[in-house]
Design a binder for this molecule. Structure first.
Ligand code: NAD
Length: 523
């Protein structure tokens, strides 16, 4: 087992995945340092909460302004460290965060305003109830590399606006983007101790989990998510888990072939397929199957693979060797089990260390890992189906349940199919863009996770609900207090009948007896 000293001198290396160039080496935070950072956050949090929502939203406004000013610089850094094309860094990271900030500024006030809870029960009419939404305290965020800016930023902003302090452990592959988020927030007016970053790999994440945080927001793989949930359970730490996906795309027999094939290609290859919401399984009605495949192959052939900073690039590199090997293994196994490789199917070492050709596979089946495990690479795996029933059965035959899409010219039919798919989100005639709808909750069911980020649900995760109740008759003893006895029991029977007996006559008959309880309090 590593000692604290050994962990303290470990480093993470930030690398450009397109070239292998080392960008920076950073010391990993030791468990002791993580504890100290979290304690500091805990001390700073009450003043941040006391600052008030108006001032906190003003700081978010300043953050939005600075991010807008620095959009080119930030998107460039994201591309250098995560490899994705610059335009994707702009749209799926910078724009998503700008709009999430807009949403929080517009909605935090209504969300945090005490919410009246009207009482329907007769015995409770003399009380007024409110829901108060209070910050947890210190929120730990552990994030992945594939959306290194938008994922932690949207979560952190929701935590901050609701009055929490935040400690972020970014992925070891994208520490620089995590540190850049911190400098933007600090420059906007968030105090240093209220948003802090601890750099490191899994050990730093585990140390954060083991520190006195009040909630952990985790985004990453199912395997790590399970470890996190187990560790959290030992101290009953609340956790939000945003895990992997194996999203199905259902192309029904009346779908627009031209539109659906473009969507499939973009949905499978966006960010080199390293998107939790990627199209990982594509099911196409038998009547469209061959023309759909032909069109997808033709469109895939036109895509330009290269370095993300080249403005012509549409598909960048994968993040690292390990991820590339997962894709190679799954594609090779699918081939061996009878899948047809219609495009791609191998790495592109001539472009750099981590490039994989955009790949179209036909005739895949659920016996293949490529249809059961997350691939997280630029692979469009396509299988035919006979009717809607079969498509729904195939879509639901998965351990995952993050999102899905249904493609049809008939919106009502699409919605009917969508309702039967087990997933956190189902889009009709679009894919992935739900992540950019700031109002929409984001999260999954089954192995895809627990809880929701984004939107009102995302804010809800950042607060604990307190129910505040005030009695409007403080000088009156409650009917249900002591003074039990046979007469009281009859009165209570009548009181229950008065409220719930069938028929107005029966209810009114029990009124005089039940009202007696109001006068008979003995203790
Ligand atoms: P990962 O699970 O390897 O790592 C995620 C984070 O957890 C990293 O910061 C890592 O350092 C940290 N970590 C590792 N071990 C830990 C431990 N024992 N305790 C605490 N933290 C630990 O995932 P990844 O490869 O970075 O990201 C890819 C995965 O994330 C994919 O499965 C993808 O689907 C998923 N993802 C999900 C969503 C979503 O919103 N559902 C979004 C993006 C990515």
């Amino acid at each position: 087992m590593a000692t604290d000293l050994e962990i303290a001198v470990r480093k993470v290396v930030s690398t450009n995945p397109a070239t292998g160039e080392r960008l920076r080496e950073i010391d990993c935070a030791s468990p002791t340092q993580v504890q100290r950072v979290v304690s500091r956050a805990g001390e700073a949090q009450p003043a941040w909460a006391a600052l008030g929502l108006k001032k906190r939203t003003a700081i978010l406004g300043q953050f939005q302004h600075l991010l807008l000013e620095k959009k080119v610089e930030i998107a460039t850094l994201i591309t250098r460290e995560a490899g994705k094309p610059y335009v994707e860094a702009l749209l799926t990271e910078v724009l998503v965060v700008l709009d999430a900030t807009r949403f929080l500024i517009e909605n935090a006030h209504g969300f945090l305003r005490p919410e009246r809870v009207p009482h329907g029960g007769l015995a409770m009419k003399a009380k007024t109830g409110h829901l108060l939404r209070e910050p947890h305290g210190v929120i730990g965020i552990v994030s992945p590399w594939n959306y290194p800016f938008s994922i932690p930023a949207v979560e952190a902003l929701a935590a901050l606006v609701t009055g929490n302090a935040v400690v972020l452990k970014p992925s070891e592959f994208t520490s620089l983007v995590g540190l850049e988020l911190a400098s933007l927030l600090h420059a906007s007016g968030v105090p240093q101790a209220v948003f802090q970053v601890v750099v490191g790999d899994g050990a730093a994440g585990a140390a954060l989990l083991d520190s006195p945080i009040d909630k952990l927001v985790f985004t990453g793989s199912v395997a790590t998510g399970k470890r996190v949930a187990q560790a959290a359970a030992t101290r009953l730490l609340p956790v939000l888990l945003e895990l992997g996906g194996k999203d199905p795309m259902l192309v029904l027999d009346d779908a627009d072939l031209e539109v659906a094939s473009s969507a499939a290609v973009w949905g499978a290859f966006l960010n080199a397929g390293q998107t939790c919401l990627s199209v990982e399984r594509c099911y196409v009605h038998r009547s469209l199957y061959e023309p759909f495949l032909e069109t997808c192959v033709e469109k895939t052939g036109k895509l330009r693979v290269g370095h993300g900073l080249d403005p012509e690039t549409e598909i960048g590199p994968m993040i690292h060797d390990r991820q590339l090997r997962v894709v190679e293994e799954q594609v090779n196994e699918a081939k061996a089990l009878g899948a047809r490789v219609l495009a791609g199917g191998s790495p592109l070492p001539e472009l750099g260390p981590h490039f994989y050709a955009p790949t179209v596979l036909a005739d895949v089946t659920h016996a293949m890992r490529i249809m059961r495990e997350e691939t997280f690479g630029p692979v469009l795996s396509v299988a035919p189906f006979a009717d809607d029933e079969e498509a729904i059965r195939l879509a639901n035959d998965s351990d995952f349940g993050l999102a899905a899409s249904v493609w049809t010219r008939d919106g009502q039919r699409g919605e009917a199919v969508a309702r039967r798919i087990v997933a956190g989100t189902v889009m009709v005639n679009d894919t992935i863009s739900c992540f950019g709808i700031s109002e929409a909750p984001h999260g999954g069911v089954k192995a895809s996770g627990i809880g929701r980020a984004h939107g009102r649900s995302g804010m809800e995760e950042m607060v604990r609900v307190k129910y505040l109740d005030t009695d409007r008759l403080p000088r009156v003893k409650k009917v249900w207090w002591y003074g039990y006895g046979a007469s009281f029991a009859r009165q209570m029977e009548a009181f229950i009948d008065f409220q719930f007996a069938r028929g107005l006559g029966k209810r009114l008959k029990s009124l005089p007896k039940s009202a007696g309880a109001l006068l008979d309090r003995k203790v």
